[in-house]
Design a binder for this molecule. Sequence first.
Ligand code: SF4
Ligand code: SF4
Length: 343
Amino acid sequence: MLYKVLDKGVYRDFVKALISEYEFIGPKKKDKSEHDFVLIKDISELDTNYMRTTIPPAKKILFPPNEQLVAYELGENINVRSVVESSKKILFGINAWDINGMNFLDEFFTTDFIDENYISKRKKLIVIGMDSEPTETNFSPSIGAEYAKDGFDIYLTELKNRYFVRIATPKGNEILEKYTKVNDAIAEDFKEYNKYMDNYRMKFKMSVDIKSFYDDFESIYDNGDFWKKIAKDCYSCGSCNLVCPTCFCFNVKDDIELNLKNGKKIREWDSCMIPEYGLVAGGHNFRPDKENRLKKRYRCKLKTFIDKFGKYACVGCGRCIEACLAKINIAEDINLVKKEVSI
Ligand code: SF4
Ligand code: SF4
């Protein structure tokens, strides 16, 4: 890691240069309370002073909601070819918990199998991170995800009259050398940066007691009444999955043209919270109850990948809490598990 500082006086020219040279994706104001990561053509569209994005930026780019995987033609010969689309992009202004969410997806899509569609996009993505204000539902410090130590090329932290710059890759260094001027960070810069981080962490109002969840969860796993109470208002709508930066389930379906000769295979985001998720051939459903689905979702988020990758499949972003019409709150439920076990 290299540590530099970028003067605020040259920041705008740096960003303008990147916008003109690259396909540049960054946060843009959508309405009063929300931003969306979109293609930015002019610096006036960019608004890095954001709090809320519903769809996680990295997931949207690397694992889009709809994606063609295969094209095929049926004739005398059957012709099948894989479709892998990718282009060089800059993802600018993504915050630490969403970088950590992307790091989880990186691991998932390269462990056990290499997902070419994901990884070809990831290899071409230049990531420039920045902090954003947390929403009231964000509990990422409890998960250790409010700070990103890798997964980016450059990370900019805004101090009084300069940016504290962390450079994690040679690519990041090359971009800074080519498009702007930075100076080595000195002791004073580190001091101000550390003070900034201390204050930043104080802005997160929600917290969870996650330390003993791994064991507590097992002791409550078969307590049907507990899970019925937690899931009683769930509509099985799947919104919590769709907005989650680490949810990776997808379905593959065929889209065949009317001539019945040409077709494609497409993958679409799936949701473990909808009843059809567990429906298999013969009409059997291995996960018919909503309380069972919610319980399994919590296990996936907070236990399964501790065993597999040594990390949570949750970065504490709070999006699922905000998206849930039934007001089901993963943070409150983590604390409830602890409370129930302690009684
Ligand atoms: S927990 Fe909430 S968002 Fe998730 S499926 Fe149930 S109602 Fe929908
Ligand atoms: S489970 Fe909820 S809080 Fe955790 S990363 Fe997913 S959307 Fe964010």
